[in-house]
Write a protein that binds this ligand. Structure first.
Ligand code: HEC
Ligand code: HEC
Length: 226
């Protein structure tokens, strides 16, 4: 409880100052930007966009609730990923953009708003096949994440108090928008660089999300209708 109060005080105290990060802009703008990335390719010679293949909104509605999960990419790339990481991988592969962070962040915000209200169910999309081996890989990721959490996070955060904050991302604070992956790796100087695209941040987030199963996906501070 003391830690929680300290956290709130620090959050309030730091709310005024802008910090480095993604370009300024609210969450609504980010969602709209994500929709553009989703629906149109940046390359006029290759107009195939995310929505060309993923054209069924009913199918993509379950995505945000189902990550982190094992993505069966060709070896050795198959691993547990967050939605942001899976989008970054897809942006690199399909749009061939070397710097995928901003488009992936925007697409993540768009898909999260599109999936708002769906109960969180890591590893599982309602109505789609469930693979035991992928759920096992996810359980291993959650276990690694729990160990990382004990080592790096628990000294400052009680897991019960901080996990719901994972649902506030992509976050728009101080007029900035940022992925949870990037935030976790930079918000305390004493933390090791988690690497927003790497396995450690996916593992920590898998642990946090495993504790949020059943809660609705949300886009803070408001939800945008798809
Ligand atoms: C040429 C077709 C094609 C295009 C273009 C495409 N995808 Fe995909 N995507 C797929 C296929 C096929 C899958 C595999 C389904 C699976 O693995 O679950 C997939 C899976 C995914 C998944 C994992 C979904 C899940 O539930 O596991 C994400 C996230 C994703 N794509 C994002 C994107 C994004 C973002 C873009 C645009 C940058 C994009 N895709 C463009 C074909 C495509
Ligand atoms: C040295 C103390 C410290 C450590 C270690 C630390 N945090 Fe934090 N964390 C803070 C403080 C202080 C804030 C609030 C200030 C801010 O938002 O930057 C915060 C904010 C957060 C938030 C956002 C809370 C919100 O309401 O917006 C999350 C989520 C979070 N931390 C998770 C983690 C995780 C996961 C780890 C381990 C990888 C971690 N923190 C490690 C001190 C710490």
């Amino acid at each position: 409880m003391v830690r929680f109060i300290a956290l709130v005080v620090i959050v309030l105290a730091s709310a005024g100052g802008a910090s480095a990060g993604a370009p300024a802009g609210g969450l609504a703008e980010l969602v709209a930007e994500g929709e553009r990335w989703w629906k149109s390719s940046p390359d006029p010679r290759d107009p195939v966009a995310c929505a060309t293949c993923h054209y069924d909104p009913a199918e993509t509605r379950g995505w945000a609730a189902s990550f982190p999960k094992y993505r069966p990419l060709p070896p050795p790339e198959g691993r547990v990923m967050t939605l942001f990481q899976a989008n970054a991988e897809a942006v690199q592969r399909h749009y061939r953009l070397p710097d995928a962070e901003r488009p992936a962040l925007a697409i993540t915000a768009y898909l999260t708003s599109h999936g708002a209200g769906t109960p969180i169910s890591p590893g599982i999309v309602a109505g789609q096949a469930v693979f035991e081996s992928r759920l096992r890989a996810l359980a291993e990721s959650v276990a690694r994440g729990e160990r990382l959490y004990a080592r790096w996070c628990r000294s400052c955060h009680d897991a019960g108090a901080v996990t719901p904050a994972a649902l506030l991302f992509p976050a728009a604070g101080n007029g900035q928008v940022e992925s949870l992956e990037r935030f976790l790796g930079r918000h305390r100087p004493e933390l090791p660089r988690l690497g927003s695209d790497g396995q450690p941040s996916a593992d920590v987030i898998a642990f946090l999300m495993s504790r949020l199963a059943g809660r609705p996906v949300s886009v803070a501070p408001f939800s945008v209708a798809p």
